[in-house]
Design a protein. Structure first.
Length: 252
């Protein structure tokens, strides 16, 4: 009797798996719409495991097309993983995104490019005081269920950065090299030779607390707009550097 019950349960699991593999793509987008407030799509095609959607919108951000492909081998390690390919004039992303039963999120081998304002909106963060384009090449990024970064390894660049004051102030390009340390994530920040010379260290704790310590100076001492912007930080030291020290907590 027990053997018959075991075979029946195995058949039921296999049948349910077969149904899920053959489910249409709309079943996946409908599931997202139920769990992500404000999420919508205009159309979806293919299967839940290998499909595409057009006209996506979430948190005020519109994306033309998203394609996905299930990676079944990740199930053996407890992850539901898909390869995502976002195709939009403003937002590009290609990589492997996974979710586990504790709702932890993992990105691996992920590359992308999008405006900083768009990234902040998608992450649910306040509007930043900067504009620019974010490019990233991440070997790994892990977030907990609250969306707080727990581990990171890779490179993030902010290109054509501009301070959003009364009139935009051009700052240049900057790169952050991310590594996972015993106390959290560390980011080494360096400019790429633009108007603003910056160097510093960003530390991000698992609970979302962050601290940045560094310094900045002008490459062109005769740049009045940038000098006026930096004067908001107070006077420069005897070597012409402004001390940068910021701390806070990322909004969940």
């Amino acid at each position: 009797m027990m053997r018959g019950l075991s075979y029946s349960l195995l058949f039921l699991v296999a049948f349910l798996l077969f149904l899920s593999l053959r489910a249409p793509a709309t079943s996946a987008t409908d599931l997202l719409a139920r769990h992500l407030p404000g999420f919508s799509v205009q159309a979806a095609a293919g299967l839940a495991t290998d499909g595409a959607a057009q006209g996506l919108r979430w948190r005020g951000v519109a994306i033309e097309k998203l394609a996905w492909r299930w990676r079944p081998r990740a199930l053996a390690r407890g992850w539901l993983e898909f390869t995502l390919d976002v195709d939009d004039p403003d937002v590009k992303l290609l990589g492997d995104v996974a979710l586990d039963p504790q709702r932890r999120l993992r990105l691996r081998n992920t590359r992308g490019r999008l405006p900083l304002m768009t990234l902040s909106a998608l992450a649910g963060q306040p509007r930043p005081p900067l504009q620019g384009i974010v490019e990233f090449d991440l070997r790994e990024l892990r977030l907990n269920a609250a969306g707080q970064p727990q581990a990171a390894d890779g490179r993030v660049a902010l290109l054509d950065a501009r301070a959003t004051l009364d009139s935009p102030v051009h700052l240049g390009d900057f790169v952050v090299q991310l590594t996972t340390e015993p106390m959290g994530i560390q980011g080494v920040i360096q400019d790429q030779g633009g108007p603003l010379a910056v160097e510093g260290i960003l530390n991000l704790a698992p609970d979302g607390g962050y601290r940045f310590n560094g310094r900045a100076t002008l490459r062109d001492a005769a740049d009045p707009a940038l000098r006026q912007a930096l004067s908001l930080l107070g006077p420069a030291d005897s070597e012409g550097y402004w001390t940068l020290s910021f701390s806070g907590v990322l909004a969940p």
